[in-house]
Design a protein around this ligand. Structure first.
Ligand code: GFB
Length: 333
């Protein structure tokens, strides 16, 4: 049980980190360590080393990352590869040096080849070219996963790499330039309803298929894996990589219809095909998690409803300039 451990969540203000924090607090963890970006810059190696030497966490969830949707990945290519390589290298190395007992690294399903057979098994990693729009981000995440495996092989450092499918939920990024599709469409349909717009713009053809996981389910999977014994993890995944998804996907145009229903707005969908589609399909094979006894619990329509509710209650953050909107903080998980 991890309740007694000193746990550091890197990236506790982001979508994933905040869900892990909620989940740990709910299960009575009393020694959770967090730092804002102002308190600890994870791209600064000396500061990260000092933090680990002083705080000596026993378990680390590495959920800090520069993240974004298809457009942000494609535009800020240098920032995505640099910041993610720096953050994860500093944290993994410092965790190893300060004798952290276990580190859980958060990756992404975009590490797999663009045209991987579906559903995507963990073994398909590095078997083909990546999707160009997010190649720098994917390369950084692959490096993180490989670093975890290498530290495990050479030094026996206990790491788990989790590859979640497309995520959504409370504290998602609703800035239309940097967000992922689900949050973007919630905002677009909501604004259409409130302002009476007759049309909503959908990027691309609407035909790509995506799988969506509610972030609290991912947090549950992270803690489920963090609590498993090393032998059980090795037996289930000798490479220590675990896909986490729901096992089901849908077309972007179907997602749009679902969100439209939740937001209760009627308007025409206009497809902007000057925007990229990205990878045609990205459905994860989740048999490793299933074999361990874990499955996602939140149906998509319920997750969308909860996320929409959160958005409405926190809308002012996204519609007025404040400390979140447009700042780097919101784009770091
Ligand atoms: O969620 P999304 O940005 O990321 O886009 P990816 C998914 C699909 O939705 C793409 C379409 O085909 C988009 O063109 N889409 C339609 C929209 N309307 C919109 C919109 O208003 N906003 C956005 N953002 N998309 C990201 C990667 O890929 O997925 C990251 O770039 C990461 O590296 C993340 O892996 C999970 O699924 O295409």
């Amino acid at each position: 049980m991890i309740n007694e451990k000193r746990i550091f969540i890197a990236g506790h203000r982001g979508l994933v980190g905040s869900a892990i924090l909620r989940r740990l607090r709910a299960s009575g963890c009393s020694q959770v360590i967090t730092r804002t970006r102002n308190e600890l810059d994870l791209t600064n190696q000396a500061a990260v080393n000092l933090f680990f030497e002083k705080e000596r966490p026993e378990l680390v969830f590495l959920a800090a990352a520069r993240v974004g949707g298809i457009l942000a990945n494609n535009i800020y290519r240098a920032d995505f590869i640099r910041d993610n390589l720096l953050i994860q290298t500093n944290v993994i190395d410092a965790a190893f040096r300060s004798r952290v007992e276990r580190l859980v690294f958060l990756g992404s399903s975009c590490i797999y080849p663009k045209h991987a057979p579906q559903p995507i098994k963990e073994e398909y990693l590095l078997t083909g070219p990546l999707e160009p729009t997010n190649e720098p981000y994917a390369i950084a995440k692959i490096a993180g996963l490989k670093m975890c495996q290498a530290f495990g092989a050479q030094y026996g450092f206990d790491c788990i790499s989790i590859m979640p499918t497309n995520l959504y939920g409370p504290r998602d990024d609703f800035d239309l330039q940097s967000s992922h599709v689900l949050a973007a469409l919630i905002r677009k349909f909501h604004e259409a309803r409130v302002k009476g717009y007759g049309q909503v713009e959908i990027w691309g053809t609407g035909q790509p298929r995506r799988e969506f996981l509610y972030v609290d389910d991912l947090a549950d999977a992270c803690i489920f894996l963090a609590e498993r014994r090393a032998e059980a993890l090795d037996a289930a995944a000798p490479d220590r990589v675990f896909n986490v998804g729901v096992g089901d996907d849908l077309e972007i145009r179907e997602l749009a219809a679902l969100i439209q229903e939740v937001v209760e707005t009627k308007c025409e969908l206009v497809f902007d095909t000057s925007k990229p589609d990205g990878t045609p399909r990205k459905l994860l094979d989740v048999s490793r998690m299933k074999a361990l006894g874990w499955t996602a619990q939140t149906p998509l329509s319920e997750g969308i409803r909860k996320t929409y509710e959160w958005f409405v209650n926190n809308e002012s953050r996204y519609t007025q300039p404040d400390e979140l909107q447009g700042s780097q903080e919101n784009r770091f998980r």
